[in-house]
Design a protein around this ligand. Structure first.
Ligand SMILES: [Zn+2]
Length: 146
């Protein structure tokens, strides 16, 4: 899993926070003060190895962008995914999975084309969008699953 490095506003210590824990009100490892992730949260990069455990244990809904680094529409939607990760912090976990390096999960969910956006609650798929939807449509979908 990827992580984000944030500077503590109280003691200036640099904290490495796993992307999957950004929504859990992370605290500074040095001084214990809460670190504000609002507005800077990034998408969680998942791999085959951690995918099932992560979506099953998530306490809030998860949206996963199944993408491939060489796909044009995936690149066009990537900045939107980044924006949503910050905007929906604490409400929906915005994650992504590179299907070219993690074929197991893509096969499991029978992903036929990328990008495919899957929406999970308690580890179960509750909805999906194939292709790159307009940002407004994607936000509507996210709002509907919260
Ligand atoms: Zn600190």
């Amino acid at each position: 899993m990827n992580s984000i490095i944030l500077t503590c506003p109280s003691c200036s210590a640099k904290n490495r926070i796993p992307a999957g824990k950004q929504h859990l009100s992370p605290k500074c490892g040095k001084c214990g003060k809460q670190i504000d992730v609002q507005g800077v949260a990034i998408p969680v990069e998942l791999t085959d190895k951690e995918f099932q455990t992560f979506v099953k244990n998530a306490s809030i809904p998860v949206m996963v962008d199944f993408y491939s680094p060489t796909c044009g529409p995936c690149k066009s939607i990537a900045p939107v995914i980044v924006k949503l990760a910050a905007d929906y912090l604490g409400r929906v976990i915005i994650a992504k999975l590179d299907t070219s390096t993690n074929p197991g999960t893509a096969m499991h969910y029978q992903i036929r084309g990328v990008p495919s956006l899957y929406f999970f609650k308690n580890g179960e798929v509750i909805d999906q969008i194939v292709g790159a939807p307009p940002e407004g449509q994607l936000r509507q979908k996210l709002d509907s699953i919260i």
